[in-house]
Design a protein around this ligand. Sequence first.
Ligand SMILES: [Zn+2]
Ligand SMILES: [Zn+2]
Length: 196
Amino acid sequence: MATSKAAYLAEKAIGHDDNAVTQQDVSSYPQSGADTMKALVWRGKQKVEIADVPKPQILEDTDVILKVTGSTVCGSDLHLYHGAVVQLADGDILGHEFCGVVELVGRAVNKVQVGKRYVASFQIACGDCFFCKQGLSSQCEKTNSNTAAKSLYGGRTAGIFGYSHLTGGFAGGQAELGEGRGTFEGVKGSKHLQGC
Ligand SMILES: [Zn+2]
Ligand SMILES: [Zn+2]
């Protein structure tokens, strides 16, 4: 079995820390009827494909769902493609840079408006922790509970869209619909979801 997949199985066995304020490991969605979309998914080392996958769902009150109108392949996506980042799983949706038009917002979202265009940045931030309060939202300590990341590096980055379970396991934006997670409002210095 590929190292990346084995590492993810180990993480599942060890378990996450319990400090996350967002749901973890939502890199693909449970099947809900015939509601599917096209997305780029990771299948293994040097193997990706466009697949029909379940559409994202509002899972938490601070979630936002975007109809993606633009997405990029970043140089750092090559680390995933080459299998250099551990804890990818078969079917994970890739993509951490995207923009689009908001289709749906959770109940706690007031400023981000349905029908308007926004750019999502790669990191997912809580807006309230030690790092977020200083505007260092990429180091948010509440959106990624990955145990292996902490033991390997002594700390963790924030959760990141489409960038393996090592960064929280969130679905990416190389898809027809992307889901923004975490706090979109009141994150000082964050460009987490920015009007465009
Ligand atoms: Zn990037
Ligand atoms: Zn935070």
